[in-house]
Design a binder for this molecule. Structure first.
Ligand SMILES: CC(C)(COP(=O)(O)OP(=O)(O)OC[C@H]1O[C@@H](n2cnc3c(N)ncnc32)[C@H](O)[C@@H]1OP(=O)(O)O)[C@@H](O)C(=O)NCCC(=O)NCCS
Length: 265
């Protein structure tokens, strides 16, 4: 059979396909469903305000991979943003039979071409550069390697990768680090973003782990796209326990719980 790859920009009629790419194995999980609901709201807001902020790859008519991006200026969760900059939030091809067939590369190159032709969600403004959030999930081909293969270079700050399009790289001012707030004492505050459907389920997992260590501590779960000021005033920390920012990733369960224990004292 001839293998056919097609790329579509996000629209109101293919939102379900975009969701399917990342969530096909979790559609029956009610907590994941809540993450999906929040992500759909986020996508609809972005679509309405800026136009397509994702591309979906279809392989033999099945949605198999996606790339998600938005103007940095649309990111209300950031205290500082740059004009004419696109952030690539993630790229993902979790479909084994569609991997290593050039699909991830096609998605990225389709976005780069749009940026060169001023046809992205920046409107018809120039795109100075693309910035990729290149975190390593340990799954498949890591994003940092993938972006570097495609010409992206580390930012001077070293925390992201970028690709110049029509301009030179510009740094953002530093947001500084968390200073203990009196209202953060004796409670846990978990932040998540609704731009990813895994944000809310991960927040619920973190809540469960905290309860295992401290069953009676008050826990607040905040969507940073709904209450950006709460996140900004805590310098974008993803978890604060007893007025201390937690650094251990929650999937390193024992180390994570130990850090929670120490924060509670
Ligand atoms: C990065 C990713 C999108 C690539 O998807 P893909 O469709 O398989 O990519 P391509 O077929 O275009 O391959 C691009 C290059 O990477 C290489 N590559 C892809 N998978 C690879 C692997 N598992 N090991 C080594 N190289 C790999 C390909 O050989 C190709 O190299 P070439 O350009 O020299 O030929 C995919 O591996 C992925 O989803 N990785 C996880 C990313 C992630 O964590 N996303 C966040 C989710 S929240």
């Amino acid at each position: 059979m001839q293998q056919k790859v097609r790329i579509e920009n996000l629209s109101n009629s293919n939102i379900e396909d975009l969701i399917y790419v990342c969530s096909s194995k979790r559609l029956d999980d009610p907590i994941h469903q809540q993450g999906i609901k929040l992500k759909k709201q986020w996508l609809c807001t972005m679509l309405e305000k800026y136009g397509p902020c994702a591309k979906i790859a279809f392989f033999n008519e099945k949605p198999v991979a996606q790339i998600l991006y938005y103007p940095e200026e649309a990111d209300i969760t950031k205290p500082y943003t740059r004009k004419n900059v696109l952030i690539i939030s993630c790229i993902y091809n979790p479909t084994i039979e569609a991997q290593k067939k050039g699909i991830g590369t096609k998605l990225l190159h389709s976005l780069i071409q749009d940026a060169k032709h001023r046809k992205t969600c920046l409107g018809n403004k120039p795109c100075n550069f693309l910035v990729a959030r290149a975190f390593n999930t340990g799954e498949f081909f890591p994003m940092p390697e993938f972006y570097k293969k495609n010409g992206f270079i580390p930012t001077p700050e070293g925390d992201m990768l970028y690709l110049p399009i029509e301009g030179n790289y510009e740094s953002l001012p530093s947001i500084g680090s968390y200073e203990p707030l009196p209202e953060d004492k004796n409670k846990a505050i978990i932040f998540y973003g609704s731009s990813c459907q895994f944000g809310y389920p991960f927040a619920k997992k973190i809540e469960k782990l905290i309860k295992e260590v401290a069953p009676h501590i008050k826990i607040e779960i905040i969507n940073e796209w709904e209450k950006p000021q709460e996140s900004i005033k805590r310098k974008k920390s993803w978890l604060i326990v007893n007025a201390k920012p937690i650094h251990t990733f929650f999937m390193q369960t024992e180390k994570f719980k130990e850090e929670i224990r120490q924060a509670i004292g």
